[in-house]
Design a protein around this ligand. Structure first.
Ligand SMILES: [Zn+2]
Length: 233
């Protein structure tokens, strides 16, 4: 029987990729960033729209960028409809004490920070890194410090594979589907079991029911609000 207890909420869903978060001021996690290119070219950096689908906030790939990196907003229904474009850095990292690959959702302002780090310490994956949160829960000025630990020169091959973000974590929709998103009629396939990635963000350990899992979140209006505006890096 597919009926399960609400006491076990979150236990069964197959989330292809969990969000990484540090909940409280001073929380520290030892992780391994799964990137090794010196120019950052292997980074998961995407142009997306944040939209609400079936009451949940989701990332949708923006169609406005061509293969040469040129911007053509006229090619993207969401751009045309006035949805804001957001550059997002999705840092995939291996969390040592959970033996799990997770994704850390960061804004554009984290890019210079991570590039400075690469320039200084080299390949990200070559050493474990401690991430420390500076900022109370819900603070609008939370920052994160990265502390490199001893280098062991491992490579991405030494860790579990990164996830394919596009098509799962970031919805990659057809033009027709994008118009459905605008009309509010789009339904994510398989939405019953795996659609709560974004809504769960930062609330995995204290959520109770899906109705009040994000009490601090204002009603997202057409993706106008981005987490990057609440977390400086
Ligand atoms: Zn767009």
């Amino acid at each position: 029987m597919p009926k399960i207890s609400i006491q076990n909420a979150g236990k069964y869903s197959q989330t292809a990729n969990d969000f990484f978060s540090l909940e409280n001021d001073g929380d520290v996690k030892k992780v391994r960033f799964l990137y090794q290119e010196p120019d950052g070219s292997d980074m998961d950096y995407y142009l997306v729209h944040e939209v609400e689908i079936d009451g949940k906030k989701r990332y949708v790939a923006c169609k406005a960028v061509d293969d040469n990196g040129e911007l053509h907003p006229e090619d993207c229904p969401l751009c045309q409809a006035g949805y804001r474009r957001v550059e997002k850095l999705f840092l995939q990292l291996y969390v040592e004490d959970e033996d799990k690959v997770k994704t850390w959702d960061r804004g554009r302002n984290f890019v210079p920070k991570i590039m400075t780090y690469i320039n200084r310490y080299g390949s990200l994956v070559a050493q474990p890194i401690e991430i420390e949160r500076r900022g109370e829960k819900g603070s609008t000025s939370t920052t994160y410090e990265l502390f490199p630990l001893d280098k062991d020169n491992k490579t991405v091959e030494d860790f579990p594979e990164k996830q394919e973000l596009l098509g799962s974590f970031i919805l990659d929709l057809t033009e027709d589907e994008l118009y459905q998103v605008i009309d509010g009629t789009y339904v994510v396939p398989g939405t019953e079991s795996s659609n709560n990635n974004v809504a769960r963000r930062g609330a995995s350990s204290n959520r109770r029911t899906s109705n009040n899992s994000a009490p601090q979140r204002r009603t997202p209006s057409r993706g106008a609000r981005s987490r990057s505006t609440t977390d400086t890096f």
